[in-house]
Ligand binder design. Structure first.
Ligand code: COA
Length: 161
């Protein structure tokens, strides 16, 4: 999917730039996951056990990867859906944050899941990202819990349609 994207810092180009959202390989996500989500840990900490059976989406401008998102099948028993996906590894390059890239990635993922008849998506949301997920229609389940070395999280969820 190609989108005419007007980032806040796109050098003042009058008509914006083309932002491409497409599926990528697991290995393509590792660099941004590492830089944005787990910079103090080894790169291997950015390989998730279910990467091989996940959907990975990337956002590109001029061939440069600006953001990534991953989702894989995982049932959380709190939710009454027999088909659920879990969102993981949501990361946008620092210089591109706050310009709509995360929203486009998540919308594409939701659309793909809906097309696969997957009705439900949930995640463990970092405290700092909760307003972003709320803006994208996610709701909160329960209280904060701590993930060691990362910080406070809440479970968030939404239907894919
Ligand atoms: C969280 C993250 C993925 C969001 O992506 P992004 O590209 O920066 O967010 P967007 O610009 O697409 O924001 C989408 C909407 O959410 C809103 N939003 C984003 N962050 C927000 C915040 N902290 N507070 C309030 N609203 C926020 C935006 O204003 C925007 O609203 P709009 O649709 O009305 O314009 C990105 O900032 C990031 O990688 N952060 C660091 C890593 C991280 O925390 N990942 C999540 C792990 S659970």
């Amino acid at each position: 999917m190609l989108i005419l994207w007007r980032g806040k810092r796109n050098c003042g180009k009058a008509w914006g730039v083309s932002l491409q959202i497409r599926e990528i390989a697991a290995a393509d996500t590792y660099g941004l996951r590492h830089a944005i989500l787990r910079p103090t840990e080894p790169l291997s900490a950015c390989h998730y056990p279910l990467d091989g059976s996940s959907i990975h989406i990337g956002a590109f401008v001029d061939g440069k990867l600006l953001g990534v998102a991953t989702a894989h099948p995982e049932i959380k028993s709190d939710f009454p859906y027999s088909k659920q996906y879990r969102l993981r590894g949501m990361a946008v390059a620092v210089e591109s944050q706050g310009q709509g890239v995360g929203k486009l990635l998540l919308q594409e993922l939701l659309s793909k899941l809906a097309g696969m008849e997957i009705p439900f998506l949930w995640c463990n949301a970092r405290e700092i990202a909760i307003p972003f997920y709320e803006r994208l229609g996610f709701q909160i389940l329960g209280d904060f819990f701590d993930i060691p070395n990362i910080g406070r999280h809440k479970v968030m969820f939404r239907e894919t349609k």
